[in-house]
Design a protein around this ligand. Structure first.
Ligand code: NAP
Length: 287
């Protein structure tokens, strides 16, 4: 029952109405008998207006998605080391106007990976793309036992900046990270042949941007013991995953990451841990 005490949480993004987060978070609030509700705030307000709304209305916590993950960061009082290293946040907590924030994307990715592949150590990791999600996965990789990351990225205006960011992550976590343009095809082929896990962290494979992130012949170079992961979960199987599945090999989409990063956001707000098993079953049935 909603009362005068009910705490309000939400997703701030544009677009936001398609999001599964309200369904996920409200179910957990109900399970844990916490007097709170989670809604989708589909807005195009600027970052300062969003922060003012959170503080003025006493919104207890928010998740952020496009285009706010980077834009809100400079306005937050207390940032986790993860947020500082990747330059992005997806979870904000409001305690009487004091805003603290982190990103749960990277830890969520590795939690989902280990759940799906408990016996697959990853020492060599290849990441395709170097946007916000890629940086989150890489920043958390050292904690997951990864020793060497090779990142492939377009040689565009963000190359130098992303390279500097990855160097900082490399130093902080003592993790070997190399950023290589896709044009270095021989380097790409070698990295794919030795990788224990290959992650598509680009937008390529979504409904509006279909296709493969790398050429089909390069995908054939990936060793068959490797696990291939696409961060995309809609469609459930991108062209990249379908191509890998043709060889009956192990792959995973982004649904597990979605659930686990949500559980870590819930924990950040409430200090309560979530058993995610039921949510996996529900969402897998729905998808
Ligand atoms: P982002 O910051 O906008 O980054 C997009 C990435 O895609 C960049 O690395 C960009 O490459 C690459 N890219 C875009 N168009 C490309 C093209 N034509 N050719 C090659 N590369 C291209 O977005 P993001 O937040 O990191 O999200 C990336 C993907 O992860 C999206 O599909 C998103 O849905 C998914 N995601 C999933 C979850 C989950 O919970 N499962 C969470 C977050 C994100 P360059 O760096 O080379 O420019």
């Amino acid at each position: 029952m909603i009362s005068g005490q009910t705490a309000l949480y939400g997703l701030v993004a544009h677009p936001a109405r398609h999001s599964l987060s309200p369904k996920i978070q409200n179910q957990w609030f109900s399970e844990k008998q916490i007097d709170a509700r989670y809604v989708a705030f589909d807005t195009q307000a600027n970052a300062r207006e969003v922060v003012q709304a959170i503080q003025t209305l006493g919104i207890a916590g928010v998740n952020l998605s496009m285009p706010y993950k980077q834009a809100l960061l400079p306005l937050i009082t207390e940032l986790s080391s993860t947020a500082q290293l990747i330059g992005a946040i997806n979870t904000v907590k409001n305690q009487n106007g004091h805003l603290s924030a982190t990103s749960t994307d990277g830890a969520g990715f590795w939690q989902a990976f280990k759940r799906a592949n408990p016996n697959q150590p990853v020492q060599q990791l290849v990441v395709l793309g170097a946007g916000g999600a890629a940086l989150a996965v890489i920043e958390a990789a050292g904690r997951a036992g990864v020793q060497q990351v090779t990142v492939f990225k377009r040689q565009n205006q963000t190359f130098a900046q992303v390279q500097a960011q990855l160097q900082a992550i490399s130093r902080y976590h003592d993790l070997a990270i190399e950023v290589v343009p896709y044009e270095a095809t021989a380097r790409l082929a070698t990295a794919l042949r030795t990788a224990d896990c290959v992650v598509n962290a680009t937008n390529i494979g979504m409904a509006l941007t279909p296709g493969l992130p790398i050429e089909s012949s390069l995908i054939d170079q990936i060793k068959q013991e490797a696990v291939v992961v696409d961060l995309i979960y809609a469609p459930q199987a991108t062209a990249f995953l379908k191509k890998w599945r043709q060889r009956q090999l192990v792959c995973q989409n982004g649904l597990g990451m979605l659930i686990e990063q949500a559980a870590l956001s819930f924990q950040f707000w409430t200090d309560q841990t979530i058993n995610t098993t039921e949510m996996y079953q529900q969402l897998m049935e729905e998808f």
